[in-house]
Design a protein around this ligand. Structure first.
Ligand SMILES: Cc1cc2nc3c(=O)[nH]c(=O)nc-3n(C[C@H](O)[C@H](O)[C@H](O)COP(=O)(O)O)c2cc1C
Length: 276
C-alpha cells in the first residue's frame, strides 16, 4: 500500500481475466492488522479466496515500515494479524517467512501463534531478514523448524540443481514442497528436469528455453507498441542465465541496443553448441 491505497497496476496484474489458466495466489505485505484487512478486502473483491502473507521480504523499503521480515521481531504484531485472519473465515491463508528479523531463533515465538490459525502452508526461507540474501542458508535451524512445525511446510532458499532437490527430499521427507526462485531463473527447465527424473542435454535445455523465450517475446510484442518497450521486457528473461548459456552470447543478448541486434543474438544462441 502507498498512501492508503493500492496501485492500480497491482490490481490489474491480479485480475482473473489476466491470469486465465494460472493457479495464482495473490500475495500481500502489510505493516499492521488494519492494512492487512484492507488488502484482504481488495483482493477478495477481485474474486480470490486465497492469500499469501509475506513475512519474509528483507527489502529496506518494506522493513522500515515493519513489513515483511521485520514483522518477525514483534510477536504482538504477528498475533494481531493472526487474530484478524481468524475473523476472515471466508479466506484461506498461507505465510512466507524467514527464521527471524535479526536472530535465527525468533521463529520460536512466532510459530506457536501460527499454529493457532488454520494455514494452507508455511514457506520458510532459512535466513534472517537483516542478512537479505548474504551468507549461507541456516539448514540446522531449518531442520529445527521442520521438526517443530505442524503446518504443511515448503522449503525455500538457494536450490540450484537436481542434487540440491534430492538432498532436501532425503533430509526432510515430510516437506510439502520446495519453492525455487533464482535457481529456476538460472535454469528455467530445472523443474521439468526434476519431473522427468534426469538432467537434460545442453541442446534440449537450449531448445526448450528458446521456446519459452519465443512465447514470452510474442506476448510482449502483442502487448507493447515500441521495440524499446519490448526489449525492456524480454532482456530480463536471460538475466540469471549467464552461467550456462555462455558469456559471449549472454553479453550480446543483454547489451543489444536495438531489436534487430537482439534478435541476431537470439539467433546466435539457437545455433550455439555447448562446447563453443
Ligand atoms: C528480486 C527479488 C524479488 C523478490 N520478490 C518477492 C516477493 O514479491 N514475494 C516473495 O515472497 N518473495 C520474493 N522474493 C524472494 C523469493 O521468493 C525467494 O524467497 C528468494 O529469492 C530466495 O529463494 P531462491 O534462493 O530460490 O531464489 C524476491 C527475491 C528477489 C531476488
Amino acid at each position: 500500500m502507498e498512501k492508503g491505497a493500492v496501485r492500480r497496476k497491482d490490481i490489474v496484474d491480479i485480475l482473473p481475466e489476466h491470469n486465465e489458466g494460472v493457479p495464482l495466489i495473490p500475495q500481500i505485505i502489510a505493516s499492521d492488522a488494519d492494512e492487512f484487512d484492507k488488502l484482504c478486502d481488495i483482493i477478495q473483491e477481485t474474486g480470490y479466496h486465497r492469500i499469501d502473507l509475506n513475512m519474509g521480504c528483507p527489502a529496506p523499503m518494506q522493513t522500515k515500515l515493519a513489513r515483511g521480515s521485520a514483522m518477525l521481531s514483534s510477536s504482538e504484531l504477528v498475533e494481531d494479524i493472526a487474530n484478524r485472519m481468524k475473523t476472515r473465515s471466508d479466506l484461506r491463508f498461507s505465510v512466507k517467512m524467514r527464521l527471524g528479523w535479526k536472530e535465527s531463533d525468533e521463529w520460536r515465538q512466532i510459530l506457536p501463534i501460527l499454529h493457532d490459525i488454520p494455514l494452507e502452508h508455511i514457506t520458510l526461507h532459512p535466513r534472517v531478514g537483516i542478512q537479505q540474501y548474504k551468507g549461507e542458508v541456516n539448514m540446522e535451524m531449518f531442520k529445527m523448524f521442520y521438526e517443530a512445525c505442524h503446518h504443511p511446510l515448503i522449503y525455500n532458499g538457494d536450490i540450484q540443481t537436481l542434487d540440491d532437490l534430492a538432498r532436501m527430499e532425503e533430509e526432510c521427507p515430510r516437506l510439502t514442497g520446495i519453492m525455487m526462485g533464482r535457481g529456476l531463473l538460472a535454469n528455467p527447465v530445472l523443474s521439468a528436469e526434476y519431473a522427468s527424473g534426469t538432467a537434460w542435454t545442453w541442446a534440449k535445455r537450449r531448445d526448450t528455453v528458446l521456446r519459452m523465450h519465443d512465447e514470452w517475446l510474442q506476448f510482449c510484442r502483442e502487448k507493447y507498441v515500441s521495440d524499446s518497450q519490448v526489449l525492456l521486457q524480454v532482456k530480463p528473461f536471460w538475466e540469471y542465465q549467464n552461467a550456462w548459456i555462455g558469456k559471449k552470447v549472454y553479453k550480446h543478448l543483454m547489451k543489444s541496443g536495438s531489436f534487430r541486434n537482439y534478435m541476431a543474438a537470439v539467433h546466435e544462441f539457437s545455433a550455439l553448441k555447448e562446447e563453443e
